[in-house]
Design a protein around this ligand. Structure first.
Ligand code: NAD
Length: 257
């Protein structure tokens, strides 16, 4: 993994969906750079997610006080309210929020059920909204909000209308909130990963995967650490004049926006 950008000692960083994949890599990178990390875990299989956080923390040789697993289903407004009550009680404030928790339920539109549509919008878009609103009383002036969107918000893709709509919604939310929070010097940006090797993409059939990979100009899938490095950049002091933007981390697969 590349060296982390910046120094985050004494910073309190919240990362949702931090037990695995991009969220775990991001939370770990912040913790290695000195931050105290609140590692969001879902309420389903809560214990195994908390254990997963403890595992990556221990592997990195970080003490328990630097990484606190806190449970909330991001799609439930009451859960998220309780989550920030806990954060306030234990840490007092937040410097950086990374909205990373997300799911997919892929189907072509003709076959997509109401449940598949609603579940994806609820976790990806409602969850981002609930967390942004929940963190507002706690986030310091000059703080950072980084929302994990997706390249498919910019391009669309076959069979992912619910997911693409939720991720495009995040881009609109990001731009509006950037304007609302600019007077407090809080920046709000989105990251749009392309194809990243995590559990979410491991279910893609091999032949589809190969075709996808052949189209990536940089010639490899992205890693969770590639995304984490961009998130840390956006949270660093050097990115203080960058707000309302979306940064593609996609190996050149999409060069617009
Ligand atoms: P992942 O499935 O490994 O991780 C998703 C995380 O979200 C998990 O930690 C999970 O516990 C958490 N989560 C799911 N539902 C939740 C809920 N209701 N409440 C709280 N937490 C919940 O997948 P990933 O690839 O690491 O995805 C991380 C983010 O990156 C997602 O928002 C995803 O949409 C986005 N993304 C991924 C890719 C990719 O290629 N992997 C590309 C673009 C965007």
């Amino acid at each position: 993994m590349p060296e982390p950008i910046g120094e985050f000692s004494d910073r309190v960083v919240v990362v949702t969906g931090a037990s695995q994949g991009i969220g775990a890599a991001t939370a770990l990178a912040f913790a290695k750079a000195g931050a105290t990390v609140v590692a969001g875990c879902p309420t389903h299989d809560a214990e195994s997610h908390r254990q997963a956080v403890a595992n990556w923390r221990e592997e990195a040789g970080l003490p328990p006080e630097r990484v606190a697993p806190v449970t909330a289903d991001v799609s439930q407004t009451d859960d998220v309210t309780e989550f920030y009550d806990t954060v306030q009680k234990h840490f007092g404030h937040v410097d950086v929020l990374v909205n990373n928790a997300g799911i997919n339920r892929d189907h072509t539109l003709a076959k997509m059920t109401d449940e598949e549509w609603r579940a994806v919008i609820a976790v990806n878009l409602d969850g981002t909204f609930f967390n942004c609103r929940g963190v507002l009383p706690l986030i310091t002036d000059g703080g950072r909000i980084i929302n994990i969107s997706s390249m498919v918000a910019q391009t669309g893709n076959f069979g992912v209308a619910n997911y693409a709509a939720s991720k495009a919604g995040i881009l609109g939310l990001t731009k509006s909130l950037a304007l609302e929070l600019a007077p407090r010097r809080i920046t709000v940006n989105a990251v749009c990963p392309g194809f990243i090797d995590t559990d979410m993409t491991r279910s893609i059939p091999d032949e589809v995967l190969q075709k996808y990979l052949e189209r990536i100009p940089l010639g490899r899938p992205g890693t969770p650490e590639d995304v984490a490095a961009t998130v840390l950049f956006l949270a660093s002091p050097g990115a203080g004049y960058l707000t309302g933007q979306s940064l593609g981390v996609n190996g050149g697969l999409y060069t617009g926006d």
